[in-house]
Design a protein around this ligand. Structure first.
Ligand SMILES: [Zn+2]
Length: 365
């Protein structure tokens, strides 16, 4: 049976500039004047002054609840317990996990959500999707809210304080979108899937053209025009790819490899988008794009300060032996993982060989 089309393109309003947090209260007022701020310790350190000034300017009341580190149903219940039920809107201030937790809290309270990202490391600020972990911190599932955030306020003055590696990680995760979405692209795509793919390609083009300058600005703690454009690509376009394009534009081998890599302690210091970028190299081999495909992509990754080989991903560690790589490969091939979106059946041996091929090409580059 045909399913109904659902489009959750992006937030109701997306505001990006320097000092935009100053308008937060004005943007929230249509929803009421009692606001629950959900944040984390470091996020609040970076954003408190700007966010509170923005809330104060509109004469509302607010309370601040800090989160404990994970986005889980239990953590949301603790926030609700501490804050009580009488709120007109939730304001999430932080990186991906804080924003996901604020989504779960807003849904439980049945009130609109505003997001204020403190890192441009993923598209959590603009999507209705929350990744929710189990009480043990391991098992996870995705919850999809009724709607994306009502308001997203991107303040360059806040983002400029973030460590630059998070921006680079967001760039890696977004760069993967055109590569992974293209895996599912065929002649029969409907108009929305094609729109999602076009958004992914646009995000990739912005990153390839402006990313290197944007990254150097971030390293210097500046937000220039390039960094602003790339921030829009990461925070907004990245979220719209799936929101508009739906299932056809989902992840593929690169994210599956990322999931496999989480087994290895030597990759734990690498950020999400750094592991995804490495997974993209593996995906190039699995797609049969050969040494040239790997070399071309590795050159792009280097300009973005993203890892172009195993040693760059792990701080100089050697590639593990075949037995360990096979474990990683098996995890990347879990029944519900996105490796199965590849156009042909991928085996454990294929993935192991692809790891070795990436290193062979990188070593000769
Ligand atoms: Zn990702």
């Amino acid at each position: 049976m045909e399913r109904d089309t659902v489009v959750q393109a992006g937030p109701g309003r997306y505001l990006h500039g320097a000092g935009t947090a100053g308008r937060l209260g004005e943007l929230l007022r249509p929803y009421g004047t009692r606001w629950l701020v959900v944040t984390g310790r470091r996020s609040w350190d970076a954003a408190r002054e700007a966010v509170e000034a923005g809330l104060r300017a509109s004469g509302g009341q607010w309370a601040v609840v800090r989160y404990g580190g994970e986005c889980s149903e239990e953590a949301a219940l603790r926030v609700l317990d501490e804050a009580g039920p009488a709120w007109d809107a939730v304001v999430g201030v932080g990186g991906g996990k804080v924003l996901d937790l604020s989504k779960v809290v807003a849904r439980a309270l049945r009130v609109p959500l505003a997001t204020v990202p403190t890192l441009a490391s993923n598209c959590a600020a603009t999507t209705p999707v929350a990744v929710v972990y189990g009480p043990d911190g391991a098992f996870k599932t995705s919850r999809v809210l009724e709607a994306p955030p009502a308001v997203t306020v991107v303040d360059d003055a806040i983002l400029a304080r973030a460590p630059w590696r998070y921006f680079v990680s967001g760039i890696g995760d977004t760069l993967a979108k055109p590569y992974e979405a293209a895996v599912g692209a065929g002649a029969n795509l409907d108009v929305l899937a094609r729109a999602g793919l076009a958004l992914a390609e646009l995000a990739g083009a912005v990153i390839t053209a402006k990313g290197p300058a944007a990254v150097e600005q971030a390293v210097r703690g500046e937000v220039g025009p390039e960094a602003r454009e790339v921030t829009d690509a990461v925070l907004l376009l990245g979220g719209m790819v799936g929101g508009v394009g739906g299932d056809a534009c989902r992840a593929a081998a690169a994210h599956a490899v990322h999931n496999g890599l989480t087994l290895l302690a030597e990759t734990h210091a690498a950020l999400h988008g750094e592991k995804v970028a490495y997974g993209l190299l593996v995906q190039e081999v699995l797609l049969g794009h050969g040494a040239d495909g790997v070399r071309r992509l590795a050159a792009v990754l280097r300009t973005l300060r993203l890892p172009d080989r195993w040693q760059a991903l792990t701080g100089g560690r050697p590639l593990p032996d075949r037995r360990v790589l096979a474990e990683v490969a098996r995890k990347s091939l879990a029944p519900d993982d996105t490796m199965h979106r590849m156009p042909r059946v991928i085996t454990v041996e294929d993935v192991v060989e692809a790891f070795l091929e990436v290193e062979r090409v990188a070593g000769g580059a």
